[in-house]
Design a protein around this ligand. Structure first.
Ligand code: GLA
Length: 710
């Protein structure tokens, strides 16, 4: 079956992915109408799902609130609009007039449907885009708006897409909430009737919510049941409205901006929304996550196939107290541990001695690095490691030369306070001169100091978000800031093809499919307590793959929580993602350094499984039972099992852990002990881990398939 086809009888467009179908058509009024999203359908089956437009059953109903591909604020529609328009003459609304369609198939393995419309009265053109691929069930959708008229118009809402679910007996919503140091807390609650709004009004993706949801009928589990999900590729303010309408239907609409913001569209201008991707899967939350992980690796990240290096970061060891000799001492120890990428965190530039000064003055501090960063960079390279630095290009300290020179470069509203958070203000990246300045110093910094890696941070949300002097500046900045940020990242990567970038915003405040298309990994949280991390990583991994999940082993008692857990446990938690080390290595004992070196070496042997394998969550974090995560190679020839356990209450014996998805009849050898296990025993009866009692026990088992007949 082709990826995209159109029924000659009904005009139904049918989109096919490996395990799902999506069908829509243009209805009698000219509006794009949803038909189906779920298990695979043939063309004839999709045709059979078309229900003729009926009359509303009362004069109060109007058109259905759920069920259009992009509900507009017009006519007799009363659900949450995906598109709201204020035309140049002040009139509102959008009446669908189809003007054409295209199917693009130039790129092998994928196809794109473009449905084109205009307003019946005003010169506003709207194109709905759908992209499907042969190798993923994720469908990408976005919208392009083109103001073909002579005057400016405004889009109070211009969502990327609206998605509709089939009628189910009930609906449950999964998503994450959080805050600084407590990101990605998974919530799973019944979806109430009405509208549930998930949003960021902070100008950045945020710690508090993340732009994805999963919906099921309330019965799906980790490995069974139908799940519909979505994720938005955007790093600024956003809004997802999930709706359960009084007639029992459910769906969502989502895109850029929060309530009260507006996208201005000047005469002749186009606005391309970010992608709001959707996924149907029939294998529970675990399968949904694995499909998202593979999609992000294969189609979002620029270099996912490349093994991510073991990293060292100096932040928790030194705070702002960085200098050349201290960093060299840490780098030598890091190299002996087996670290492959050494990163100097905050404090290397300008007058940065604390968070009170220096942001914006991006030259190495002469008292700390008398000959610049060159000597440290060369020393790190000589030790066989790559060299990275921390930067926060979007921010400025009021106590900085940059701010003294350009006080107008920050987001501000004339006459109002400029509220500082962490003693800093937000540079207005929407301004082309600010974006060019950032690109200019960054590209020179990278070139001049042999920098291989940037940790790109963003440590506060917007405030007094104004852009004086620019036409519609206060509206425009919410999107232009983000597109300029993307543009600077894109230019920097093009200038330095070997440069790798970590996205960070005070921990996990900016992780989304938009920024991941231009970065290589994400700092998930400033909370490095391994126990708290189990919960954070569990939520993070619902959508985002271990390939981007940066995790450090730091010292105990933990700086944030005061909790102490064994070094081995800290390593095993960090090994579930991209292993990094962030402790003060000058204080590690010879025994700790030796144990650390062994664990780094062990990680290198299995990182291909963590970074490229299929991930199975076995058990809940911090429950009474052992929690485990399994990473299985694509060919099922090899797996890594990481297991964690707190002391069992009342000394209760622990049941064995059942592994997932191993071929029946296969046998696996534990590379640590040599023990051979039967796949059927592992999956159907389970593996006794024999973890010692006491808080916090953990293990890492690497099992390799024994050739049949051996
Ligand atoms: C943020 C980051 C930390 C560290 C500090 C430095 O909080 O998330 O990892 O880089 O900034 O100021």
């Amino acid at each position: 079956m082709p990826l995209i086809s159109r029924s000659p009888d009904t005009g139904v467009w049918l989109l096919a992915t490996p395990h799902s179908s999506y069908a829509l058509r243009i209805d009698d009024s000219g509006a794009p109408r949803h038909i189906a999203w779920g298990p695979r359908l043939t063309a004839a089956e999709a045709d059979a799902l078309v229900v003729p437009d009926g009359e509303p059953h009362s004069s109060f109903e109007g058109r259905p609130g759920v069920g259009e591909e992009l509900p507009v604020d017009d006519g007799t529609r009363y659900g949450p609009p995906s598109l709201q328009v204020r035309h140049a003459d002040g009139a509102r609304g959008f009446a669908w007039q189809p003007t054409g369609h295209r199917v693009l198939t130039e790129v092998p393995g994928r196809a794109e449907l473009v449905l084109e419309f205009r307003d019946r009265l005003h010169p506003l053109h709207v194109a709905l885009h759908y992209r499907v691929r042969e190798d993923t069930d994720v469908i990408e959708r976005w919208t392009v708006l083109h103001n073909a008229g002579p005057g400016p118009l405004e889009l109070p809402r211009c969502d990327s897409a609206a998605w509709t679910l089939p009628l189910l007996a009930g609906y449950r919503l999964s998503h994450v909430t959080g805050q600084w140091s407590a990101e990605s807390q998974l919530r799973r609650d019944l979806l109430p009737f009405g509208e549930t709004v998930l949003t960021s009004r902070r100008g950045v993706t945020s710690h508090h919510a993340n732009p994805w949801v999963m919906l099921d009928d309330g019965t799906a589990g980790e490995e069974h049941g139908r799940v519909w999900s979505t994720a938005l590729a955007w790093s600024g303010s956003w809004r997802l409205t999930v709706q359960r309408s009084p007639d029992g239907r459910a769906g969502w609409t989502g895109g850029v901006g929060h309530d009260g913001t507006c996208v201005p569209l000047a005469a002749g201008e186009r606005f391309t929304t970010p992608v709001l991707a959707g996924l149907f899967s029939d294998g529970g939350f675990g399968t949904a996550s694995r499909v998202w992980h593979a999609y992000i690796r294969d189609h979002v990240l620029p270099h996912a196939a490349e093994p991510a290096p073991v990293l060292y970061n100096s932040w928790e060891a030194t705070g702002f107290d960085v200098d050349e000799s201290g960093q060299k001492a840490l780098a030598e120890r890091a190299a002996r541990l087996g670290v492959e990428l050494y990163v100097v965190d905050d404090g290397w530039f300008g007058a940065r001695r604390s968070d009170r000064a220096g942001l914006g003055d991006w030259t190495p501090a002469p008292d700390r690095f008398p000959d610049g960063l060159g000597p440290l960079s060369r020393a790190v390279h000589r030790l066989g490691m790559r060299f990275g630095v921390w930067v926060e290009p979007e921010m400025v300290s009021p106590d900085s030369d940059l701010y003294r020179e350009h006080p107008d470069w920050v987001l501000h509203v004339p006459g109002r306070d400029r509220t500082e958070m962490r003693h800093q203000l937000v540079l207005n990246f929407a301004r082309p001169d600010v974006a060019d300045w950032a690109h200019d110093w960054l590209t020179r910094l990278v070139a001049d100091h042999g920098i291989d890696f940037l940790k790109w941070d963003m440590n506060r949300a917007f405030g007094e978000a104004g852009w004086p002097g620019q036409d519609h500046g206060d509206d425009l900045l919410w999107t232009r800031y983000v597109t300029n940020l993307y543009d600077v990242l894109d230019r920097l990567r093009a200038d330095h093809p070997r440069l790798r970038i970590e996205t960070c915003a005070g921990g996990g405040g900016r992780v989304d499919l938009g920024v991941l298309a231009r970065t290589d990994q994400a700092w998930v949280s400033d909370n490095t307590d391994a126990v708290d991390r189990l919960m954070i990583q569990h939520g993070f991994g619902q959508i985002y793959p271990a390939r981007v999940m940066s995790a450090w082993v730091t010292d105990v008692p933990n700086q944030l929580t005061g909790q102490s857990v064994p070094l081995r446990f800290r390593f095993h938690v960090a090994m579930a993602g991209l292993l990094g080390v962030g402790g003060d290595l000058t204080r590690w004992s010879p025994e700790e350094l030796a144990e650390g070196a062994d664990l780094v070496a062990a990680y290198k042997k299995v990182r291909h499984l963590v970074q490229q394998g299929r991930q199975y969550r076995l058990g809940e974090p911090l429950g009474d039972r052992t929690q485990a995560v399994q990473y299985l190679s694509e060919d099922a020839d090899e797996l890594l099992l990481l297991a964690y356990r707190r002391s069992p209450r009342h000394g209760t014996p622990q049941p064995p852990v059942r592994l997932r998805d191993l071929p029946t009849g296969a046998r696996y050898r534990d590379t640590g002990t040599g023990t051979v296990h039967h796949a059927t025993v592992l999956t159907e009866y389970g593996l006794h881990l024999g973890l010692p009692t006491g808080d916090w026990a953990s293990t890492a088992l690497h099992l390799v398939r024994v050739p049949d007949g051996a």
